[in-house]
Design a protein around this ligand. Sequence first.
Ligand code: SAM
Length: 231
Amino acid sequence: MSLFVVGTPIGNLEDLSFRAVRVLKEADYVLCEDTRVTRNLLAHYEIKTPTISYHQHSGLSRTDQIISWLKAEKSLALVSDAGTPGISDPGAALVELVRKECGEEVLIESVPGPSALAAAISIAGVGCDRFLFLGFLPHKKGRQTMLKQIVASEYPAVVYESKHRVFKLLNELIALQENFQVTICRELTKKFESVYRGSPEKLLAAFEADAVTTKGEFVLIIGKEKKQKTK
Ligand code: SAM
């Protein structure tokens, strides 16, 4: 009957809302990316609802099964490994499909919660009333186009990055020779949460000097240094 799209913690297991706990308990199934990750969260809250994996490689039979459960008045909760489903993860494709296949027959309800995007912006302190969110930059095709969008944007650009690619991105930003100011939010809500700010050159030097700082998960906010107004 309902598909609940549930935001879950991005690191700190305490960041699950009361409503999310109730919805996850009451659902017939929890659809998740990696069942091991979600079972860990559910165990923390003593939630016994069965988990079903749903990820980018799930085939048609799995999506057909999900649609038929919904049409049979089952209640499903969709979660991702961390954060809000649908933001740079497989959740978006499932929600799109359910809207298309089930129309108004199935209610899709949001149970909002943490997101790395919102968490990063909330503590970066760089004036993000407006921003350009690019998710993960493509590894090859389309990457240069997105870098050009970052250069052209009048608003800070927010990107997700894996630990291996932070170096690559900082080097690319240096090569573009713009006066970028980059804020790197690492391991948000976790023990080693940290925020680094500076030019790509400064950040690269700091990261090269201390490999520990490049461990974990990252959100980068790429803005440009404001030009001083002349009288
Ligand atoms: N849907 C999720 C959300 O709402 O935050 C994002 C999913 S995306 C597959 C995962 C990426 O989000 C990571 O590679 C990293 O860039 C970012 N991320 C997730 N958790 C994070 C954390 N605790 N600290 C910093 N970045 C994080």
